[in-house]
Design a protein around this ligand. Structure first.
Ligand code: GLN
Length: 320
């Protein structure tokens, strides 16, 4: 792991933006997420040559939550092919919160608008290969192992906490069952979906996944194409247009990097090798993983979004 001198002020930025965590609140609808230290803030940046920058609470584990939607979508596309998956879930942003139900009924026959909102993600989890929830989950474990190099552990406490309080996700799943988009039993689909949300990672893990996406599916450290280029591009386009739900437009306008947020406070970003600022030490692109559990009204880390914006502004990282 090489140190990079140009980014020494990252530590100062983390210290600075950490103080803004109090403008947000830990997710409370999942009781186990409410009690973690809300002033945590950490970041990992990884380049294709293995250069890494890490700061703050980069190594504090947190659960993937909605970041897992990108991984399950990729796994489903790799198993079934893209057209099969897109027959069951669309590619359109909703402008609604992640757990919204309204558009499922507004537009018959009720196809979920995209796989980044809960309705679409539950639909995708249900079509993962295998018969049982455990078999379906296994395809996520395998893909994570391929990308991150290790099998993530399941945070049982977060899973049980969410399982017991998942009334809204159950409502979405029952609706999808009624319209025919949910192809397995409601409780089984929820088990897959909520378990994938409860997989534990650090900022380093999601930075590596972001890096692989930035490299169009090529794992530059393993020197292997771990997912097809078309699937990586589709995932990034969904992250950009739908990854932050009803804040995706603002996120694209003000930050301009494909990213996926989760209610535990994680942000996974893919910075492509397209930069104009020569001082940026990752000219070949990078993955950025951030964790800060105090979230805003859209379900994204308050301090984390500020830190990412600072980085994007400083080095002209917007893809636009
Ligand atoms: N597990 C969470 C849920 O389904 C994920 C939501 C999120 O991270 N935005 O409500």
């Amino acid at each position: 792991q090489k140190e990079n001198q140009n980014m020494n002020n990252i530590d100062d930025w983390v210290a600075h933006y950490r103080t803004f965590s109090k403008e947000g609140k830990n997710a409370s609808y999942i009781p186990a997420l409410e009690k973690v230290n809300s002033s945590n803030l950490g970041i990992s940046i990884i380049g294709p040559d293995g250069t890494m920058i890490k700061s703050g609470d980069w190594n504090v584990p947190f659960t993937l939550q909605s970041i897992s939607k990108v991984i399950s979508f990729i796994a489903a596309c790799m198993h079934h092919g893209i057209p099969y998956v897109l027959d069951r879930v669309d590619l359109e942003p909703t402008g609604d919160p992640f757990n919204s139900i309204i558009r499922l009924e507004m537009h018959k026959p009720g196809k979920p608008f995209n796989p980044m909102i809960n309705a679409g993600a539950i639909t995708v989890s249900a079509i993962l290969p295998g018969q049982t929830p455990q078999e379906k989950l296994e395809s996520i474990y395998l893909l994570m192992e391929k990308m991150v190099g290790k099998r993530p552990s399941l945070n049982e406490e977060v899973f049980v906490s969410e399982w017991q309080t998942a009334n809204r996700n159950r409502a979405l799943a029952y609706y999808l069952k009624e319209t025919g988009y949910l192809e397995i039993e409601v409780e089984e689909a929820l088990e897959v979906y909520l378990k994938q949300c409860s997989l534990e990672v650090t900022t380093e893990d999601i930075a590596i996944i972001g890096l692989i996406l930035a490299q169009d599916g090529y794992h530059p450290i393993r020197k292997e194409q771990v997912l097809p280029k078309e699937v990586a591009r589709l995932a990034k386009s969904l992250m950009l247009t739908c990854g932050v739900y009803n804040a995706s437009g603002k996120f694209a306008a003000y930050i301009g990097i494909p990213a996926k947020t989760g209610v535990s406070g994680g942000i996974m970003s893919a910075v492509p090798p397209r930069v104009r600022n020569e001082e940026f030490p990752f000219q070949e692109g990078c993955g950025i993983g951030i964790y800060g559990p105090a979230i805003d009204e859209y379900g994204s880390s308050v301090a984390g979004v500020m830190l990412l914006k600072k980085i994007a502004d400083t080095w002209d990282l917007s893809i636009f």
